[in-house]
Design a protein around this ligand. Structure first.
Ligand code: OGA
Ligand code: NI
Length: 431
């Protein structure tokens, strides 16, 4: 697969649409009914775990252990948590977000100098994925590389506001430090050598890149999404949310939990590569962003990734007869290309990769059953939750390319083989 040099159709800036003052959004941004958000104004008590990282370095052993335990539970059950007392100064946290807000309020000619293309995605962009005629998200973004040093190019970072480069350098350094800390905590919690994940990620040669999301005000927030449901393809994501405007929603079973950011907190979430190395002990959970009629929202998603050409696979220590490898080896480069070409589509990419792994391992698989899904539209063929009926004979793999798989919260995949009467592959939550 080769990345094309340009977008399949002219780029429209969502910010310009928003500023046009029209009360109706173009059809291209209207999501099919099952994907639309349910905008309930009543606040819910549920939130993702908030973890005080100061506990990790405390002299109090009990506190250290309880902090580790909280991280462990969050990674296994939520895939998401917020960290406070993370060591990044509050002024830097606010400064990093606000300097980007300023950038997005620069005149369009300034921003257009950095317009991106699908070859590298670096710069100012307004879409992900290359499918012509695709339904688009209500957001613009800016994407840049920090690591490896060979990819960092300051001339591709905005030159205005003039302090942006300096502030983002400083913020980036802090994120890389945090990434190392969490990789070590995760390794120990998974029962691996303390440096297992860092080594699997390439040691010093990790990747780090930033996507700054700008969600303009939207006149019809109930019809669209700021960012469609997806899981993050990389290692760990550090998300700096807009403290004043909520928008991020995290999948929890059949529900979407709206994250309530704690002051100066940074949200950490598990990406697909850690789900793979942990052989699905840790979950890379689907999330999406809803938009707001009266408030814009800015967020910084920092992706801490493995070196892009290393093979990523389940840690051998975590592969046993009872817990066989759920994923094939694949480099992050290969994985990312696959996702970028398709745009955000929930977890369907994982199911395709997962199934191709099963198909490659065994030619005996005969039938596949899928259950799960939050509503009837997930199953256009009439297969319903808890009624695991035969879905497809093995020869019709293409069905998994359909969008419907993207909205299923849980997949339980059962494979019947011709020879062995029952071979069950159970995926605990997401695959
Ligand atoms: C992302 C993302 C969430 C947000 O950029 O991958 O999930 O709140 N962003 O902007
Ligand atoms: Ni994300």
């Amino acid at each position: 697969m080769v990345s094309p040099r340009d977008w399949p159709e002219p780029v429209v800036r969502v910010q310009s649409l928003s500023e046009s003052g029209k009360l109706v959004i173009p059809n291209r941004y209207i999501k099919p009914p099952p994907d639309r958000p349910f905008l309930d104004s009543s606040p819910s008590d549920i939130n993702i775990p908030v973890i005080d990282l100061a506990g990790l370095t405390s002299d109090d052993l009990t506190l250290r252990e309880s902090t580790l335990k909280q991280i462990s539970v969050a990674c296994r059950e939520w895939g998401f948590f917020q960290v406070i007392n993370h060591g990044v100064k509050p002024e830097l946290v606010d400064g990093a977000r606000e300097i980007w807000r300023e950038f997005f309020h620069e005149p369009m000619e300034v921003k257009q100098q950095y317009a991106n293309s699908p070859t590298t995605y670096e710069g100012y962009g307004s879409r992900l994925g290359l499918q012509k005629g695709a339904i688009l998200d209500w957001s613009d973004y800016y994407f840049l590389h920090y690591l490896p040093p060979s990819l960092k190019d300051h001339s591709r970072w905005p030159g205005q506001p003039s302090s942006l480069r300096e502030i983002i350098e400083e913020y980036s350094k802090e994120i890389v430090r945090l990434g190392r800390v969490l990789l070590e905590v995760f390794s120990v919690d998974l029962g691996l050598e303390h440096d297992h994940l860092q080594k699997a990620f390439g040691g010093e040669d990790i990747g780090a890149c930033l996507r700054v999301n700008f969600y303009p005000k939207c006149p019809q927030p109930d019809l669209t999404l700021g960012l469609s449901s997806h899981s993050d393809p990389g290692g760990i994501t550090f998300l700096l949310p807009d403290e004043n405007v909520s928008g991020l929603q995290v999948r929890r079973g059949d529900q979407w939990v709206t994250v309530k950011p704690a002051p100066h907190a940074i949200i950490a979430n598990i990406g697909d590569q850690i789900q793979v190395i942990s052989n699905a002990i840790y979950k890379s959970v689907e999330h999406r962003v809803i938009v707001n009629p009266d408030k814009e929202r800015v967020s910084l998603a920092y992706f801490y990734n493995p070196k892009s050409d290393l093979l990523i696979h389940p840690a051998p220590e975590l592969v046993t007869e009872d817990t066989p490898a759920l994923y094939p080896s694949m480099t992050f480069d290969e994985y990312r290309l696959f996702i970028r070409t398709r745009g955000p589509q929930g977890k369907s990419q994982n199911i395709i990769i997962f199934l191709s792994n099963i198909f490659n391992q065994s030619r005996e698989i005969h039938m596949i059953y899928i259950e799960g899904g939050s509503n009837e539209n997930d199953y256009r063929r009439g297969e319903r939750r808890n009624e695991s009926r035969p879905l497809i004979p093995v020869c019709r793999k293409s069905i998994f390319c359909r969008r419907s798989a993207a909205v299923c919260p849980t997949y339980v995949i059962t494979c019947d083989s011709y020879m062995n009467s029952h071979m069950i592959l159970y995926t605990p939550c997401y695959i």
